[in-house]
Design a protein around this ligand. Structure first.
Ligand SMILES: O=C[C@H](O)[C@H](O)[C@H](O)COP(=O)(O)O
Length: 237
């Protein structure tokens, strides 16, 4: 018999798959597509691989080495900003989605910097998530991942704490520092539930040593949320 957790996981996985199918259906022939990172985005890339095998032709710009490897293995053609500086449609997951604004916290998978560059280059940025990610206020479920340079990271952490957060340097399974695709560290910075995430995002940007934060403010075009009743589309007004 499946454990309670197992049932929850199966349900979350089914929801991620449902939303992945809905998002992959938005891709059309000839598009430049931003390929997100994380378990939901991985389902979406898998569905795109199936559509590619059926004859759909587009090019992808991946947000991580992981997603690049997955897409390549499925035969999807990958390009870079050198030849394709504008993305038609980027599809990515999120760790928190704020109901009223559709602002996000991203980066639990460590890919936030490339994800933000891709989102910023996209004419349409679609977020895919299961219902557990919806919150009334950012900071409810998760700390904010902040990518920082290895040099002086302790000083950078001190400065972030001066903004009101507690910080924890992210570690990998061996206990070493987690290193991003860009060669940086991540400080998981807990600000608690935030009244004004855009202000915190701006303050973080001012801290020397911060490469990027996991705040995605004002970037979301729409969110596809999978719940028990199917997929719901939320559009930013
Ligand atoms: O760095 C990772 C990304 O921001 C992911 O998109 C985010 O963590 C959501 O991942 P998942 O779909 O696995 O919950």
């Amino acid at each position: 018999m499946a454990s309670g957790n197992g049932v929850m996981t199966d349900q979350a996985d089914r929801q991620k798959q449902a939303v992945a199918v809905a998002a992959a259906a938005l891709v059309e022939n000839g598009m430049v597509v931003g390929l997100g990172t994380g378990s939901t985005a991985a389902y979406m890339i898998e569905v795109l691989g199936q559509r590619w095998a059926e004859g759909l032709r587009f090019v992808g710009i991946p947000t991580s080495e992981r997603s690049a490897e997955q897409a390549r293995a499925l035969g999807i053609e990958l390009v870079t900003f050198a030849t394709h500086p504008v993305i038609d449609l980027a599809i990515d997951g999120a760790d928190e989605v704020e109901r009223g604004t559709l602002d996000l916290i991203k980066g639990l998978g460590g890919a936030l910097f490339r994800e933000k560059i891709v989102a910023a280059a996209a004419k349409r940025f679609v977020v895919v998530a299961d219902a557990s990610k919806l919150v009334d206020h950012l900071g409810t479920r998760t700390a904010v991942p902040v990518e920082v340079t290895p040099f002086g990271w302790e000083r950078t952490a001190y400065q972030i704490e001066a903004l009101g957060a507690t910080t924890v340097p992210r570690r990998d399974r061996t206990g070493s520092f987690f290193v991003t695709d860009g060669g940086n560290y991540i400080l998981d910075s807990n600000f608690g539930v935030m009244d004004d995430p855009p202000r915190v995002a701006r303050e973080l940007r001012e801290v020397v040593g911060v490469v990027e934060s996991g705040f995605f403010i004002g970037r979301t075009s729409e969110v596809l949320i999978a719940g028990a009743d199917g997929v719901t589309r939320m559009v930013r007004s």
